[in-house]
Design a binder for this molecule. Structure first.
Ligand SMILES: NC(=O)c1ccc[n+]([C@@H]2O[C@H](COP(=O)([O-])OP(=O)(O)OC[C@H]3O[C@@H](n4cnc5c(N)ncnc54)[C@H](OP(=O)(O)O)[C@@H]3O)[C@@H](O)[C@H]2O)c1
Length: 358
């Protein structure tokens, strides 16, 4: 095997992307070397480039949604063989990112891809499902950190499947990648009704993933509350805002029951009126941190998710996002990230194929 590969590198903070030859890393203990067959694009990738956030070392390789083939195993790895088709979540370290032809993965947060799924479908899963799962199910989040969870029991735990039967659930931005996985997890957790907001052209698809009702994302906060009240009068103990703009956060917070938990994916931006609080039954707002590799609290949930993921996919209990394949290899990320930034992608995940890079 050649020791060099192609990567899409962000050359400097807020700089340009370029295709560059870099060396292929060697897997350490507990790691896999993966030949990346498909990598999905995420909003955070354009946010890093445009805003200079998160990443500190340049040139940097982005991309954290990865599907490919196991090429080499590090010491101590069990349960995988060379040639296995796998999916994993990367992170912003050049040996662990997705916009390159070979990357490293931590084996405990890697899962085999069932034969009915393509690499491109599998690449839509890690970040979206991880964010949904961590926001709902992470336990024991240490005090003083800026992320949290609803602390529900996950549906892959025998005590968790169907546990929340009869309780209503709401997800704002249900046709986002994260939102589609939130819907499916809410269904597995037993919630009902499951109310979604989205553009209505996505309604049928979202119903197939678990939404019992789809409301137009253009409704005002007042109209949204009115429509929700027509569906159920039960209290909402958990709401997931997969958009988390100030308007959606505030609309969700108003609907949330006292003592309930609103999960957001961006920093909380809620105008809390102290006179409307119920002392001792405050509404909790938790920002999900959708990274299964770290910190350890996320890794613990992530590892149990990945241990169960192949079976959940095989049984069709978790389905991937719909895919749009971007032709042109790694370089296709540049135009694709522009589309995500412009908000012109609706209900599909953009996926590129690094091995097509010329
Ligand atoms: N905290 C974390 O660790 C973490 C992890 C992952 C993602 N995120 C963040 O989560 C957000 C979603 O990420 P993603 O990859 O899931 O996004 P995405 O798939 O790119 O989301 C696009 C979808 O958002 C929907 N949408 C946009 N504005 C909306 C609104 N006002 N109401 C309802 N739906 C709306 C659109 O729905 P329609 O087409 O139906 O109109 C569109 O389909 C991003 O801001 C991302 O940066 C955070």
């Amino acid at each position: 095997m050649s020791v060099l590969q192609n990567a899409l590198v962000l050359t400097a903070r807020q700089g340009a992307f370029a295709i560059s030859p870099i060396s292929i890393p060697t897997p350490d203990r507990g790691q896999l070397l993966i030949k990346v067959q498909a990598a999905a694009l995420n909003p955070v990738d354009w946010k890093v480039q445009a805003n200079g956030i998160i990443v500190t070392d340049y040139p940097a390789i982005l991309g954290t949604d990865i599907a490919g083939v196991v090429e080499e195993l590090g010491d101590g790895v069990e349960g995988f063989r060379k040639g296995d088709r796998v999916l994993t979540q990367g992170y912003f370290h050049n040996t662990h990112a997705g916009f390159q032809q070979f990357t490293l993965a931590n084996a405990d947060v890697t899962a085999k891809i069932p034969s009915h799924l393509t690499f491109e479908q599998a690449a839509t899963i890690p970040v979206g499902l991880g964010t949904a799962a961590l926001g709902l199910y992470t336990q024991n989040v240490p005090p003083g950190v800026d992320f949290g969870s609803a602390r529900l029991i996950p549906p892959w735990d025998p005590l968790g499947r169907g546990r929340y039967v009869g309780k209503p659930f709401m997800v704002l931005g249900a046709s986002s990648s994260v939102g589609q996985y939130v819907l499916q997890l809410a269904r597995l957790s037993g919630f009902s009704p499951i109310i979604a907001t989205a553009s209505l052209h996505n309604a049928t698809h979202l119903q197939s993933l678990g939404a019992t009702h789809v409301l137009d994302r253009q409704l005002s906060a007042f109209d949204l509350r009115t429509e929700v009240a027509k569906i159920t009068s039960k209290p909402f103990d958990v709401i997931f805002d997969a958009v988390s703009l100030p308007a959606t956060q505030n609309a969700a917070y108003e609907i949330l029951a006292y003592g309930g938990c609103l999960i957001v994916v961006l920093y909380p931006r809620i105008n809390i009126n102290p006179s409307t609080q119920a002392p001792g039954r405050e509404k909790r707002v938790e920002k999900a941190f959708g990274q299964v590799n770290f910190p350890p609290e996320n890794r613990a949930v992530g590892a149990t998710l990945y241990r169960n993921l192949t079976a959940l996919l095989e049984e069709g209990l978790i389905r991937p996002n719909r895919v749009e394949i971007l032709p042109g290899g790694l370089a296709a990320a540049v135009a694709g990230l522009d589309r995500l930034r412009n908000g012109t992608v609706s209900g599909v995940k953009l996926v590129l194929r690094p091995q097509e890079t010329t």
